[in-house]
Design a protein around this ligand. Structure first.
Ligand SMILES: Nc1ncnc2c1ncn2[C@@H]1O[C@H](COP(=O)(O)OP(=O)(O)O)[C@@H](O)[C@H]1O
Ligand SMILES: [Mg+2]
Length: 471
């Protein structure tokens, strides 16, 4: 005879909470809270237009005794409230309807548990005003999965959410101590890159009162159709453009030069041009969130197929992939939503075009490598354009339908080509710096000259003496 009984398989709260926070970095946990603010805006205001996030903001306070994030992004409405505190989405994942990134129903709770042992979530939306508290006792109580909620009188304005964590874990408290840890300044920097596109679209983020500035993305674009002259044959600086709709995801790619090609000196002194190097590479954004930032690895196609690996020569290259979908499950995101799912079919098909774009500009760079003097002609009438300007300007480009991927089209720029070096020879050599300084001072009465100036002058002097005036 068999006795039919049951035995508990319920998770302990402690185990559950520990598992939840184990694999997430503090920074990412906090970014999840900010993502919810943006989702709030998209839910209330739709998120369309040039500055969809204008007038919306989040203010973060972080110090050893408190974490708080306060936004004016609409609050948690009644129909979202029931699910908002469940860990995981009871319906297995909302199939969207708005271009948000909320997917798993875990971000807010996970962030709270990562930060501390006591928290309050206060929200004011047009149809409900409430406060929910999480206490250390609740965290210890194995049987109770219900959270206390107080409903307050409804309000007519100031809709938004405030999450405060007044008791931080000792780890987090130490990291929020600016005297002993650089987490806060690191976090501000990371926000400034991660939230660039959201800030550029009008959102304001403050950390301990300091407004975070964006790190703009610009590409050089010639206003003239063709650059032509002694130094170059026809062509002009234009970006590579790709756009279309792939499996329910809108895709846009812009790639080109974010700055003039590096000089030999810059390539040699790579340390000094760190900044430019940091600006180079591929950036991918999904529903306005940056998921890949200025990448220079195989992830974005460098060193794959016929594309060269990234190196100092290519610090001028910058590419941007903009993905958007009303259904976040269609985006090629990793489960942390802070990375691209490199094996996604959608991403692999887009990557072909990214490689094509990279290739276009690496071969352009290679062609011009040996013509530093003539390169200024390239930048003739070229000026930096923001993403919004790029979108507007390239709208009228003559695009070609892509045969490889249905529903997409692309623009391959016809870039300027250097006129062949008709009979010139390049001389390059190294000499002791002390001798360089001595000679420069003799010739120019200063050592503040470039090696090229000195090289050309000495060559001309010797030429005149030994061969004569004519060149
Ligand atoms: N700052 C906020 N503004 C508006 N709604 C919010 C905010 N924070 C959380 N929410 C609501 O709480 C829900 C749960 O958030 P979260 O745990 O991050 O899961 P997810 O974002 O995946 O749904 C969100 O879906 C949203 O409805
Ligand atoms: Mg979320």
């Amino acid at each position: 005879m068999t006795a039919s009984n049951t035995i508990s398989a319920a998770p302990t709260k402690r185990f559950f909470v520990e598992m939840l926070v184990r694999d997430i970095a503090l920074e990412d946990a906090i970014l999840d809270l900010l993502d919810n603010c943006i989702d709030g805006v998209v839910r209330t205001a739709g998120g369309a237009g040039d500055e969809p996030y204008k007038n919306f903001e989040a203010r973060i306070t972080m110090n050893p005794g408190l974490f708080e994030i306060k936004d004016n992004c609409g609050g948690i409405p009644k129909d979202a409230l029931e699910k908002a505190f469940r860990m995981g989405r009871p319906d297995g994942g909302d199939k969207g309807g708005a271009a948000t990134v909320g997917m798993y129903g875990i971000g807010m709770k996970r962030a709270i548990f990562k930060l501390g042992t006591e928290a309050k979530v206060a929200s004011r939306s047009p149809d409900v005003n409430f406060e929910v508290g999480i206490s250390p006792e609740w965290l210890k109580n194995e049987d109770n999965w219900q959270l206390p909620i107080s409903y307050l009188e409804e309000v007519k304005s100031d809709f938004g959410t405030t999450i405060s964590v007044p008791t931080l874990t000792s780890d987090v408290s130490a990291r929020f101590d600016e005297a002993n840890d650089n987490f806060i300044s690191y976090f501000k920097n990371s926000l400034s890159s991660n939230y660039t596109f959201i800030i550029l679209k009008g959102f304001k983020v403050f950390v301990n009162g300091e407004q975070i500035k964006p790190q703009p993305f610009n590409l050089l674009v010639s206003s003239e159709e063709d650059v032509e002259g002694d130094k170059v044959t026809k062509g002009s600086l234009k970006p590579y453009v790709f756009r279309g709709e792939v499996d329910g995801v809108s895709v846009q790619i812009f790639a080109g030069l974010s700055r003039p090609l590096p000089t030999d000196e810059e390539i040699e002194k790579e340390e000094e041009v760190r900044q430019s190097r940091d600006d180079a590479g591929w950036t991918i954004i999904c529903n306005d969130r940056i998921v890949v930032y200025r990448d220079k690895t195989r992830l974005t196609g460098w060193g794959e197929a016929s594309v060269p690996s990234f190196h100092g020569q290519f610090i001028s290259f910058s590419g941007l992939v903009i993905l958007k979908s009303d259904d976040p499950w269609k985006l090629p995101l990793t489960t942390t939503k802070r990375g691209i799912d490199a094996s996604s079919e959608l991403y692999l098909s887009i990557k072909d075009f990214m490689r094509e774009a990279t290739k276009t500009f690496t071969s352009f760079t290679n062609k011009w490598k040996r013509n530093p003097e003539e390169r200024t002609a390239l930048y003739k009438a070229a000026s930096p354009m923001s993403v919004a300007q790029l979108q507007a300007t390239t709208a009228s480009y003559d695009m070609t339908k892509s045969k490889k991927l249905e529903g997409t089209e692309r623009y391959m720029p016809l870039l300027p080509v250097p006129k062949t070096d008709n009979g010139t020879v390049r001389i390059s050599y190294a000499r002791p710096r002390a001798q360089f300084v001595k000679l420069a001072e003799k010739l120019f009465e200063t050592s503040e000259v470039t090696p090229r100036d000195l090289g050309e002058t000495t060559f001309e002097l010797v030429y005149e003496q030994l061969v004569g005036g004519s060149k």
